[in-house]
Design a protein around this ligand. Structure first.
Ligand code: IMP
Length: 195
């Protein structure tokens, strides 16, 4: 059994990831259980911020660490909301304000293409020079009127490429199979099975 710390204070994320890693022999502990503070996310990219979080938590715990960083990327907006997805409108986690700002910024814009992006990293120790890094994108387009009540964040405005539904209209198994995070976690599981 390999102990790894998840660089997140989100109990839901821990539970979900632990279930997905169940047959890899990995036992996850959360950063919150070890009372480790979150570092400032000073990176300019998802990968940099994931590495910053994993490095801080690995250093503080002396254990390997997993971290992810994800968000919505709208190319016509120069990549925004991007790494600022959680606090696009100013307040961390205010999904409604974030969505309203997104729709305002896309008013009159024809190119509605967007993708969710996830960077997921595993550091074996805080000076690990060869971290495992998985990145994944989930493509779609942004609609003005929200649809669906599943998911979170930008899901009600994100129509999945090749489908009629928004990501808030998919059941959670289907979303996990298709999503940026689901794809990145699948790569991590492969890596943990065949290091
Ligand atoms: P985190 O890095 O997973 O905490 O995600 C940061 C922010 O990106 C969230 O607060 C959401 O606004 C947005 N985001 C990330 N993944 C998703 C998703 O699957 N659906 C909708 N919004 C997402």
């Amino acid at each position: 059994m390999k102990n790894i710390v998840l660089a997140s204070r989100n109990a839901g994320k821990l539970k979900e990831l632990q279930a997905l890693l169940s047959d890899t022999g990995v036992q996850l502990t959360s950063q919150a259980d070890l009372d480790i503070d979150s570092p400032e996310e000073t990176g300019l990219t998802f990968i940099e911020n994931a590495l910053i979080k994993a490095r801080a938590v690995s250093g503080a715990s002396g254990l390997p660490a997993i971290a992810d960083d994800s968000g919505l990327v709208v190319p016509v907006l120069g990549g925004a909301p991007g790494i600022h997805s959680a606090r696009y409108a100013g307040t961390h986690g205010d999904d409604q304000a974030n969505n309203e700002l997104l729709i305002r910024n896309l008013a009159g814009v024809e190119d509605r293409r967007a993708y969710f992006y996830c960077a997921l990293v595993l550091l074996t120790h805080d000076n690990d020079p060869t971290p495992f890094v998985a990145t994944a994108a989930w493509h779609g387009s942004i609609i003005d009127e929200p649809r669906g009540d599943g998911g979170f964040g930008y899901d009600p405005h994100f129509v999945v490429e090749g489908r009629a539904e928004t990501s808030a209209e998919l059941d959670s198994t289907e979303k996990n199979r298709l999503s940026h995070r689901g794809q990145a976690v699948a790569s991590l599981v492969d890596h943990l099975r065949n290091p």
